[in-house]
Design a binder for this molecule. Structure first.
Ligand code: ADP
Length: 484
């Protein structure tokens, strides 16, 4: 029934709906008056409800129509003694009806406003209830005793909310000074709000990091209270420690990887001159043999020099083997999770240059074969290069894209909108110790390439859709234990 009335009210607020309502209301009033005719002459009186209904439901134009129609029908249907009488009655009705209509419309506006207000209050109440059931909140008396504790706060401290009422709050948060939290310079009636970090103590003696926001609020019995809003920081601290640990691990791996890459480069570069020197010594030994006994001593010395050269070669090879950047065991990993875990490290790299590193990773079919920390190292290297390439110009964009490419491969690419790399420079950039940056070691791309190759992929660079460089490679997908 209420819904039907609401629907009629809504329809009547429209222009045509309102006019129609006025016509119907006046029609019903006229019919009612004819039915009541036997009881006496009512003139305009039965028309008044029609005007009131119209004013309660429709706009002013409809009210004017209702009044106009009422007068016209009255003049047409009710016989009058004289014209003066008829005009006076009509004017009187118009004035009274308009006054009553204005009153009704004002009442209606008041009701609408009250409805809106109660809707808003109900929504705020629902929001407040949600907050109060999920956010730990404690109210304290000004002397620091617990006034009330909501269930979320009781759960946080592992205590019974009723049992702690009246207990000193600093038995739960030892260093908390209720007096300073309740401090209030209310000269202008503004409540203070303070925030800080403390350690909370659970019933079993375990402690946990806590953030407390406090503010003075009026209490139910006229006495001010201190409201405390608590946030358990344990998870945040754990995530922070995890990010630091990953960062340290990545730094260690980076140092080892770059040493390995340098050793490989050195071995490669020194191998040729060492072999050439050994060949020359060998040739000079042949010449010395021709000199007979006279050349014996020089030949022996040359032999010793050759042995030292061979030893130097062996040392370099050994060093290379020891430091070789070799991924020994590929595990089953999820590409998206390996990259997402890097979030804090990547934001640190990005924020140094004011760049936000975005991730656009499809988590479906992303189970791959990888050595987690080496793979993460490769991503960090590519992102660091991309961030340095875009610099801190406005609109700079760096994104890591991950997509299942086929049944066998998952593609990763790190793209930016920096200057990109000229086609004729590509091969040179991958050479170890090639850098265009002052202070650059020129090892990032070569280390990354080695990591990618040890995962069975190939690191390639192309022009990115963003306008800069796009470094990409594929990982081999692992079908077993695939996550949907
Ligand atoms: P480094 O960063 O120490 O210079 P890298 O091997 O990582 O060493 O990079 C070699 C060079 O490749 C860089 O100096 C830079 O000129 C170029 N480079 C790498 N990544 C990008 C990129 N995303 N955009 C433009 N140039 C790049």
């Amino acid at each position: 029934m209420k819904n039907m009335l609401d629907a009629v009210a809504a329809a009547s607020r429209g222009r045509w709906g309102g006019l129609l309502l006025a016509v119907i209301a006046v029609g019903v009033a006229v019919a009612a008056r004819s039915l009541l005719e036997g009881l006496g002459r009512f003139y305009y009186l039965p028309m008044l409800p029609a005007v009131i209904v119209t004013a309660l439901l429709a706009r002013r134009a409809a009210v004017a129509l209702a009044i106009g129609l009422s007068i016209a029908l009255n003049l047409a249907l009710v016989a009058r003694e004289g014209l003066g009488d008829a005009v006076t009655n009509a004017l009187l009705f118009a004035a009274v009806a308009w006054g009553v209509a204005e009153l009704c419309m004002a009442l209606r506006q008041l009701k609408d406003r009250a409805d809106r207000l109660s809707h808003r209050l109900a929504a705020q109440d629902a929001l407040l209830n949600t907050v109060l059931t999920t956010v730990p909140v404690v109210t304290l008396q000004l002397d620091g005793a617990v006034h009330r504790m909501n269930p979320a706060a009781a759960q946080l401290f592992c205590v019974d909310a009723n049992a702690v009422q009246g207990r000193a709050f600093n038995s739960l948060v030892p260093a908390f000074d209720a007096a300073s939290a309740s401090h209030d310079d209310q000269a202008d009636g503004v409540l203070t709000s303070t925030e800080g970090h403390w350690n909370g103590a659970r019933a079993d003696g375990a402690t946990f990091p806590l953030n407390i926001q406090s503010g003075r609020v009026p209490g139910p019995d006229g006495q001010d209270l201190v409201a405390l809003c608590l946030t358990d920081l344990s998870r945040w601290h754990a995530a922070d420690a995890q990010a630091r640990e990953l960062h340290t691990q990545l730094n260690k791996v980076w140092r080892l990887n770059s040493l390995g890459e340098m050793a490989a480069t050195l071995a490669h570069e020194l191998n040729q001159p060492l072999s050439a020197a050994a060949t020359y010594l060998h040739a000079s030994q042949a010449d010395m043999e021709k000199a007979g006994p006279l050349g014996d001593s020089a030949r022996r010395t040359t032999e010793l020099a050759k042995a030292q050269l061979l030893r130097a070669g062996a040392i370099i090879r050994r060093m290379r083997e020891l430091l070789s950047l070799e991924v020994r065991r590929l595990d089953t990993e999820r590409a998206s999770s390996m990259i997402e875990d890097l979030g804090p490290v990547l934001s640190m790299i990005g924020s140094a240059k004011g760049v936000t590193v975005r991730m656009d990773l499809h988590a479906e079919a992303d189970t791959v074969r990888a050595e987690r920390i080496q793979f993460q190292q490769a991503i960090v290297n590519l992102v660091r290069n991309a961030v340095e390439a875009v610099g801190d110009t406005p609109g700079s964009d760096v994104v890591i894209v991950g997509r299942a490419l086929s049944d066998t491969h998952y593609a990763i690419s790190v793209e930016d909108n920096g200057p990109g790399i000229a086609a004729d420079q590509v091969e040179r950039m991958f050479q170890p110790m090639t850098s265009t940056k002052s202070g650059g070691m020129g090892l990032g791309l070569s280390v990354t390439r080695t990591i990618v190759e040890s995962h069975g992929g190939r690191l390639v660079v192309a022009k990115s859709a963003l306008g800069g460089a796009a470094f990409s490679f594929n990982l081999i997908r692992e079908a077993v234990g695939e996550h949907p």
